[in-house]
Design a protein around this ligand. Structure first.
Ligand code: GRF
Length: 217
């Protein structure tokens, strides 16, 4: 059973989907602790309402990134987390942090990486005029949104979309693929080789094709 430490900064809807999936038995694991760098993050309320332990570690209380990261690691070890899931966590982790959890830190990003890394990516996708965007769960490496990709899901993008509309469309899929990625990790089915993630026992059947606009437009 995997013990998940979830790092958050905001609303925590992905955290919610992970806690719910654990509760339903879809992940062979449990959320061991939720840590926020923002004491007011709604994610902490979500965790408390499920009686999941929480810690708030305001990054401004620390002189530099590494001392902040050291406190994160201390708390993660205290709760014996063996997987770290970033869920809307708005801080970049140091290489030192990543060394403490090799191939054990994952993140969800609201675009189809490597397109649109970084911030404000839904608006960037709309402004670029892409027809398809989506979300990506990936292992975290020293870069920003650059690590090996575990799972991606695609949604159509329409030229008249608002950022909010695209956000909701992508978020609905985030809530499905993040628990799935964690479940695969918990089952020990992920193997990373260089940039690629191989999934043991994965079937290629049933992967639909998304065409936008549809061919019969
Ligand atoms: C999500 O869009 C996620 O992809 C990004 O930050 C957002 C977090 O949303 N990394 P929530 O806090 O899980 O609702």
């Amino acid at each position: 059973m995997v013990r998940i430490g979830v790092l958050v900064s905001g609303s925590g809807s992905n955290l919610q989907s992970i806690m719910d999936a654990c509760e339903r038995g879809e992940i062979d694991g449990t959320v061991a602790v939720v840590i926020s760098n923002d004491p007011d993050a709604y994610a902490l309320t979500r965790a408390r309402s499920k009686s999941v332990p929480v810690a708030s570690i305001p990054h401004r209380d620390y002189p530099d990134r590494e001392s902040f990261d050291r406190e994160l690691v201390r708390v993660l070890h205290e709760y014996q987390a063996d997987l770290v899931a970033l869920a809307g966590f708005m801080r970049v982790l140091t290489p030192w942090f990543l060394q403490q959890f090799p191939a054990r830190v994952i993140n969800i990003h609201p675009a189809l990486l490597p397109s649109f890394p970084g911030l404000h990516v839904r608006q960037k996708a709309i402004d670029h005029g892409v027809r398809i965007s989506g979300c990506t769960v990936h292992f975290v490496d020293a870069g920003v949104d650059t690590g090996p990709i575990i799972i991606q899901a695609a949604v159509p993008v329409y030229p008249e979309d608002t950022e909010e509309e695209l956000k909701d469309r992508i978020l609905a899929l985030e809530h499905r693929i993040y628990p799935k990625a964690i479940s695969l990790f918990a089952q020990g089915r992920l193997r990373v080789e260089g940039r690629k993630v191989f999934i043991r026992g994965m079937s290629r059947d049933g992967t639909p094709c998304l065409v936008n606009p549809p061919l019969d437009v």
